[in-house]
Each structure stands twice: as C-alpha cells, then as structure tokens.
Design a protein around this ligand. Sequence first.
Ligand code: NAD
Ligand code: 0WE
Length: 261
Amino acid sequence: MGFLDGKKALVTGIASKRSIAYGIAECLHREGAQLAFTYQNEKLKPRVEKFAGTFNSNIVIPLDVSSDEEIKNAFKTLKSEWKHFDILIHSIAFAPSEELQGTYIDSVTREGFNTAHEISSYSFAAMAREARPMLNKNASLITMSYLGAVKSIPNYNVMGPSKASLEANVRFLAADLGPDTIRVNAISAGPIKTLAASGVSGFRGLLKHVESITPLRRNVTIQDVGNTAAFLSSDLSAGITGETIYVDAGYRNLGMTFVTN
Ligand code: NAD
Ligand code: 0WE
C-alpha cells in the first residue's frame, strides 16, 4: 500500500539516472503511482524507454517543449493511453551555455533570454493548458526551481529571471486551476550534480561550499526531492497550492554564510 495507489503520473525531464525527474519517478513508483514518460529527442529515447521498463511502464512519448505542435501531440498521444491522469512533473530547463558564465549584464542576449524563458518557464503553462481537460480532481502539477529565482547567484545569470518567471507562473496557474481542485507547486532544490549541472564550471566548488555551511551539513539528493514531490503529488498536501517548497537542507534561510563552528 502506497499513498499514491491508483494515481497516474506523467514525468518529463529524464536524461539520465542522475536526473531529478528520475529520483521523482522512483518515489512516485514506490508509492504506487502508474507512470508515463516523455523524452526530449531521439538520442534520449532508448534511455528513457529502458528507465520506463524498470518502472513497469511502456508509455514513452516524444516531447521537445520548444514546439507548440509537439506539446499538443504529446497530450494527444497520452490520451490514447489514459483518458485522465493525476500528476504532471515538469523538470525541464535550458539556457545557452555561453550565458551561464561571466557576469549577467555582459552575457545576457535577447535570444538567450527568450530561449531560457520559453523552455524553462513558458513550457510549464503550455503543458498545464494541454493537460487540463485530462486532469482528475485533486490533480497536482509540480515544477522544479532554484534559489536563483529570488537571489542573484554568480553564473546562474539568465536562468535566474527564468526561474523567477516560473515561480510566478506557478502562482497564476494555481489561481486558475484551484477552483477545479487542481494544485500547482514548485520545489526549489539545492544544487545536485546532474547532466544540467555538470556543464557548469565551478559546480564542484559550489557543492563543497553548500555542504560545509548548510544547516544539515550536506547536499540534497534526488531522493530528497523525489520524496517531497511524492508528498506534493498526494492528497497529504491537499491544502498547499501556488507554493515554492525549498528542499535545500536549510540553505536559503541562512542569513550569513560565514562559518563560525
Ligand atoms: P537534467 O539534465 O537531468 O534534466 C534536464 C532535462 O531538461 C533533461 O531531461 C532535458 O532533456 C530537458 N530539456 C531541456 N530542454 C528541453 C526541451 N527543449 N524540451 C524538452 N525537454 C528539455 O538536469 P536536472 O538537474 O535534473 O534538471 C531538472 C530541473 O531541475 C530543471 O528545471 C533544473 O533547473 C532544476 N533544478 C536543478 C538543480 C540542480 O542543481 N541540478 C537544482 C534546482 C533545480
Ligand atoms: O537550473 C539549473 C541548471 C539549468 C541549466 C543548465 C545548463 C547546462 C548546459 C540550464 N541550461 C543549461 N544549458 C547548458 O548548455 N540548476 C539549478 C543547476 C545549476 O546551474 C548553475 C548553478 C546551479 C546550481 C549554473 C551556475 C551557477 C549555479
């Protein structure tokens, strides 16, 4: 008996076993949810098919969120498998790598700004709209954010404004879907070494720094994030919507990062 028995979840954003979406899939599966998956491109297709198999799923759908057509088609395909579903996991972000280094003011371009916002924020609203007619009562939509939404973090640059936009997106979607008893929340995770993070120079140093000063004196894992996603997916969190929940071992509440003990 799991607390997600009988729920159906669509999971986006798996690129590897280290992906946050993979940790979320593990926890949703453990609690009894049935899963469906999307993959960004042909290169990722066989990998995601293999992971789906380990979660007893054979629903694997192409979805590159840069195309409105693909977003529409993904939900059309899902509908041929499931008439209705309960949980949508959005775990997708992208900005051009040149814009994740140097100062914000010098690296940001019109095109990079638009790309980051489109892929990392707009796509969540677009998916929510397509999913809406298929969502059951008490459905839960979850996206992934980062502290750069609310604080300036070196090199995170244009991703910061795009996560701020994503968190605002969560509040507006929560207002629209709340009357249908559909909830929308973000999880703001601490840094985790995933594919998206491995391209970032100085990421190891960032992990070491966080580990040394964060209240729990450790980095978070994809299982920490997955367990919170399972809670937010379930009726245990029925009173929470429009919220950004921090899964960061306490980092964001530090007022000073100077170590005294
Ligand atoms: P990841 O590289 O494993 O996952 C990123 C995913 O985004 C990949 O599966 C990729 O296929 C997908 N993606 C990118 N562009 C896409 C597009 N056009 N269409 C469809 N999919 C696309 O990395 P991750 O760290 O698991 O990232 C998942 C989410 O978690 C992102 O929103 C990221 O901002 C967020 N996040 C990551 C961290 C961290 O430190 N790793 C911390 C907080 C939040
Ligand atoms: O949201 C993210 C990473 C998102 C991301 C990563 C990449 C790398 C490869 C978006 N686009 C790209 N584009 C690429 O070409 N995180 C929260 C992880 C992260 O990224 C950072 C961080 C942290 C934390 C970048 C700089 C500083 C800190």
